[in-house]
Ligand binder design. Structure first.
Ligand SMILES: NC(=O)c1ccc[n+]([C@@H]2O[C@H](COP(=O)([O-])OP(=O)(O)OC[C@H]3O[C@@H](n4cnc5c(N)ncnc54)[C@H](O)[C@@H]3O)[C@@H](O)[C@H]2O)c1
Length: 334
């Protein structure tokens, strides 16, 4: 018997990330090849014409899993009974713009969407925030959706993880699947902490730690870290637009792992509500290594954090505390 369709909302559905993401979701990359879907597409009223074109293209893709598409500018319709939410819609960062400039405009969007999720979505909805500042937007969204567990709100650092894995694979000349357990700690911003110290890699059939295989501590502390931290800005400088295809792929990876679980012995990075693990402040959305089973994530415990990484964790935590304070002030004044 065919499975019942699940309802999945994508916000910012007329935007560039959604243009790649919708195809990945609708063809089964995220919820599996046997899971039919009803796609809810939310954007703002001026974008309804563009959204109509996206709906036409989804129809024209002739995708067997796609039962129905619901385009709308009304959050009450968009969030009704949804099982999964990709919150992509926000103002993107333009060249030369700092993420902080975006904060006040964007957190208000996530307040409204938190309230709508609280009112209309299923109580076990899984929410992935992509729109920046993603960690703080996820925190705001959860704050305004008190009837939904805090664990159900996550922020995307998977693009940073994928970038970090690609850098290590490129450096060692191995395929991307040979590199495992690279961690992104903290904020999805330039203060994020890409950490390959606990990662492993298979080279010529033998598994080694990444520090052993790379055998260049300076590379891991400097070039690797900075390349990953600044990759988003490098893509903007080259493309004059922010990362879209790779962001959509990362959003798919994040939600797929949340629904299907992580593989034995492997972990992935997600921005989740902090319980104080690894000395991070509680009650901010902080990126940690997590393992997932039965759609529940758990922060991986007992990993080694050296002094170098520790000092960087404190910087990214401080930034998140500042963002939280600023965001809550903006929302309270709204
Ligand atoms: N977390 C990450 O790793 C990551 C990576 C890349 C981009 N991003 C962020 O993702 C967001 C989207 O990027 P994009 O390139 O698709 O931008 P885009 O400008 O192409 O699309 C954004 C869309 O969101 C819509 N939108 C704006 N306000 C909305 C609202 N209140 N409700 C619904 N839709 C709304 C816009 O109309 C637009 O269609 C940006 O904030 C960007 O900075 C995050």
């Amino acid at each position: 018997m065919a499975a019942e369709p699940i309802r999945v909302v994508v916000t910012g559905a007329a935007g560039q990330i959604a243009y790649s993401l919708l195809y990945m979701v609708a063809k089964g990359d995220v919820f599996g090849p046997n899971q039919p879907l009803i796609l809810h597409l939310l954007d703002i009223p001026p974008m309804m014409g563009v959204l109509e074109g996206v709906v036409m293209e989804l129809d024209d893709c002739a995708l067997p899993l796609l039962v129905r598409v619901v385009p709308t500018a009304d959050p009450a319709v968009a969030f009704k009974d949804v099982d999964a939410a990709f919150l992509v819609g926000a103002m993107p960062r333009k060249q030369g713009m700092e993420r902080k400039d975006l904060l006040s405009a964007n957190v208000k969007i996530f307040k409204v969407q938190g309230e709508a999720l609280d009112k209309y979505a299923k109580k076990d909805v899984k929410v992935l925030v992509v729109g920046n500042p993603a960690n703080t937007n996820a925190l705001v969204c959860s704050h305004y959706a008190p009837s939904i567990p805090k664990a159900n709100f996550t922020a995307m650092t998977r693009l940073d993880q994928n970038r970090a894995q690609a850098q290590i694979a490129g450096r060692l000349g191995v395929g991307i699947t040979k590199v495992k357990n690279v961690i992104i700690w903290g904020n999805h911003s330039a203060t994020q902490v890409p950490d390959a110290r606990n990662a492993s890699v298979e080279v010529d059939g033998a598994t080694k730690t990444v520090p052993e295989a790379v055998a260049d501590d300076e590379f891991l502390k400097q070039q690797f870290l900075e390349t990953v931290q600044k990759r988003g800005a490098a893509v903007i400088a080259a493309r004059k637009m922010s990362s879209a295809m790779s962001a959509a792929k990362a959003a798919s990876d994040h939600m797929r792992d949340w629904f299907a679980g992580t593989r034995d012995g492997e972990y992935v990075s997600m921005g989740v509500i902090s319980d104080g693990s690894y000395g991070a402040p509680k009650d901010i959305v902080f990126s940690f290594p997590v393992q997932i089973q039965n759609r529940q994530w758990k922060i991986v415990q007992g990993l080694s954090v050296d002094e170098f990484t520790r000092s960087k964790l404190d910087v990214t935590a401080k930034e998140l505390l500042e963002e939280k304070e600023e965001a809550m002030a903006v929302c309270a004044a709204d």
